[in-house]
Design a protein around this ligand. Structure first.
Ligand code: GRF
Length: 214
């Protein structure tokens, strides 16, 4: 069975979505470890409650990004993961780390990439007067939030939206699309080839659009 490592820094609602999808039988993977860079991340409690091994590697204990990434890579490799899932992991990974796990790292970014890379995406979408917002699962490459896209879901931006209302709508969507993308990888249908996403032996020129049923 595909062994997954989930990297978190905070509340871990996406981690919870993976735990729930596995217990409901819609995702067939084993979460081998949950790793956090913050000891107070609530996601660690979620993992322990689900009897998943946890690791905490605090970035402030390392002199630089390279040393921290070496430490997390070494820790993760003990669990022999086939796939790394970044789920609110608030650290930028070095190119050395990305190359070590090339084609085996997924991230979810709360925006309709390539729009709104970086932080504060919900407020930026509201401020820009966007009619639609959403979230995108993509393979991680060296460039932040720019790896080949896999699956994207959209939600409307409503006139009464605040940052927190819109963020809650996007998160509910994330909890569907992220386990779905991991299931495609675990089944072997989804692959990273030469810097591109491939599904069923066809190159994905556009991300798959989630319609609530796929
Ligand atoms: C998600 O919204 C995801 O898009 C972003 O970080 C957030 C993590 O939330 N990368 P949670 O910790 O899974 O609740």
């Amino acid at each position: 069975m595909t062994r997954v490592a989930i990297l978190i820094s905070g509340s871990g609602t996406n981690l919870q979505a993976f735990i729930d999808a596995i217990s409901q039988g819609t995702l067939t993977v084993e979460i081998a470890v949950v790793l956090s860079n913050r000891p107070d991340a609530y996601g660690l409690t979620r993992a322990r409650d689900a009897n998943i091994p946890t690791e905490c590697v605090q970035n402030e204990n390392y002199p630089d990004r390279a040393a921290f990434d070496e430490a997390i890579a070494t820790t993760l490799e003990r669990y022999k993961p086939d796939l790394l899932i970044l789920a609110g992991f608030m650290r930028i990974l070095t190119s050395t780390f990305v190359k070590r796990f090339e084609g085996r790292i997924l991230n979810i970014h709360p925006a309709l990439l390539p729009n709104f890379r970086g932080l504060n995406t919900h407020q930026r979408a509201i401020d820009a007067g966007e009619k639609w917002h959403g979230s995108t699962v993509h393979f991680v490459t060296e460039e932040l939030d720019a790896g080949p896209m896999i699956l994207q879901g959209r939600v409307p931006v409503l006139c009464e939206d605040t940052e927190s209302l819109l963020s809650a709508r996007v998160q509910a969507l994330e909890h569907k699309i992220y386990p779905e993308a991991a299931a495609l990888f675990a089944s072997g249908r989804l692959e990273f080839r030469n810097g591109e996403s491939w599904l069923d032996d066809s190159r994905l020129d556009e991300p798959i659009q989630f319609n609530g049923e796929n």
